[in-house]
Design a protein around this ligand. Structure first.
Ligand SMILES: C[S@@+](CC[C@H](N)C(=O)[O-])C[C@H]1O[C@@H](n2cnc3c(N)ncnc32)[C@H](O)[C@@H]1O
Length: 437
């Protein structure tokens, strides 16, 4: 199967079965016999089309003889694939984008459809020097939403909370291809040894300027054994930084109340030299199984998994450090999850903020006097950050905000720490911390 045909079948699968791109694409690629370069093209096409879907549909609507809403989903995906190549990929010649799309139309659709595909793509190819975007000066929100392909409610929310300049910077950052970061598992190896191993496999590897154990390989193809043998865990630097903010010592005790799949729990164990106790709680049993699998792979022995709802009373001890890495709207990780921007709604935010507050209010009692409570979310909305924190503060006078300290970093919002996609090149992550008195 050609790269474009496979890309189309993955896009259709995601559309029809509501599959997640970060699961559907690697699964389809793992059983494909395409060469590595073509597999790279499939990922580029699938992720690019999903990321730019609103912008692509706007353009198709302008170039097609009928409205996008009246084009059947599989055919629309084929048009999106073609227009994506024409508008966003310089390295693919225009005629190749048109011809391969027409061939796919002949192969996959009823006779005659290829004429419609040909007409839409030819006018897109002709018009690509001056694309018919909405006018920026006339309606800014609409322009930003379409041009940067983000849902309008999200653009409105960010403009309202962060202003136009930061919003536009975030929209641009979301559309960049994200880098993969590996956390060297210091229980089994060192960052230097991990980088050497990558270089031996022909992959350039750079140190990261945020976390000492983070390594950034050039490209997305990580040799399987590095992950399978537990030498590294794929984890964004902003997420690794949460562990450094907690900085647990050997022999201490920690409860991670929203632990699956275990990125932060296993990092905390690693920082403790696998000596002490980490209780990993999660409401979802199958996700909790991932924590167990990851611990086994990484050689982590001190993590004990407990299935539980962190909004309810759980029979767990008081510990030195409690972490709530809460379920959130994930607006800080849109670059890594190209389809996720289309799955979210404005209504998710107040619902999740209420859940976050319910969790953090309920689990605070498990922090020993003198111990720390850490709250982190990989999102960018006031309700899920300051909203939750302010309500927690007024209900818990025995908890005082503690400035989040991450070596080498200063934060404009101290005592809180915030990583921004457009400023740090990481996931968006908000971290707050308290000490109990
Ligand atoms: C952001 S993810 C955690 C990521 C994890 N800390 C890591 O670093 O790999 C949030 C987790 O919270 C869990 N969760 C959602 N509601 C919960 C609840 N009421 N109690 C406990 N866990 C919950 C979800 O199943 C999900 O695994």
């Amino acid at each position: 199967m050609s790269a474009r045909r496979l890309a189309l079948s993955i896009l259709n699968d995601i559309e029809l079965h509501k599959s997640f791109a970060h699961i559907a694409a690697p699964a389809a690629l793992s059983t494909s016999d395409l060469e590595a370069r073509d597999k790279g093209l499939v990922t580029e096409l699938v992720y690019g089309v999903l990321r730019n879907q609103l912008a692509l549909d706007w353009l198709i609507d302008k170039f097609a003889s009928r409205p996008v809403a009246r084009i059947e989903p599989q055919l629309l995906n084929l048009l999106r694939l073609g227009v994506y190549q024409l508008v966003y990929l310089d390295k693919i010649p225009g005629h190749a984008a048109v011809d391969t799309s027409v061939d796919l139309a002949k192969e996959q659709f009823r006779p005659g459809v290829e004429k419609f595909v040909n007409a839409v793509l030819r006018s897109a190819a002709r018009g690509r020097e001056a694309l018919p975007w909405p006018k920026r000066g006339r309606e800014l929100t609409h322009y930003l939403s379409v041009f940067y392909s983000h849902p309008r409610w999200l653009v409105e929310l960010w403009i309202d909370e962060l202003g136009v300049e930061t919003t536009e910077a975030l929209l641009i950052a979301d559309n960049k291809r994200p880098k993969v970061t590996l956390r060297a598992n210091t229980i089994k190896t060192s960052p230097q040894a991990l980088a050497d191993l990558l270089r031996q496999a022909g992959i350039e590897a750079a140190a990261d300027n945020i976390c000492p154990e983070a390594i950034v390989p050039a490209g997305q193809n990580i040799p399987e054994n590095i992950i399978a043998d537990g030498l590294a865990y794929v984890q964004n630097s902003a997420s690794i930084a949460v562990g450094h903010a907690i900085a647990p010592k050997k022999g201490e005790s920690v409860i991670d109340f929203c632990a699956a799949p275990g990125g932060k729990a296993t990092h905390l164990a690693q920082l403790m030299g696998d000596d002490g106790r980490v209780i990993a709680v999660d409401i979802n049993a199958s996700r909790l199984k991932l924590v167990e699998d990851n611990c086994r792979r990484l050689g982590v022995n001190i993590v004990k998994c407990v299935k539980g709802d962190a909004t309810k009373s759980l029979s767990l001890p008081e510990v030195d450090h409690v972490l709530v890495d809460a379920p959130c709207s994930g607006l800080g990780v849109l670059a890594r999850r190209p389809d996720s921007r289309w799955r979210k709604t404005a209504a998710d935010i107040p619902r999740l903020a209420a859940l976050q507050l319910g969790i953090v209010n309920n689990v605070a009692k498990h922090v020993k006097k003198g111990g720390t409570l850490t709250y982190s979310v990989c999102t960018i909305s006031n309700a899920e950050t300051y909203g939750v924190i302010e309500q927690f503060n007024s209900a818990h006078p025995d908890f005082r905000p503690k400035p989040v300290e991450i070596p080498g970093q200063t934060f404009a919002e101290s005592p809180y720490a915030r990583f921004w996609p457009h400023l740090h090149g990481t996931d968006g992550m908000f971290i707050a911390q308290w000490r109990r008195y």
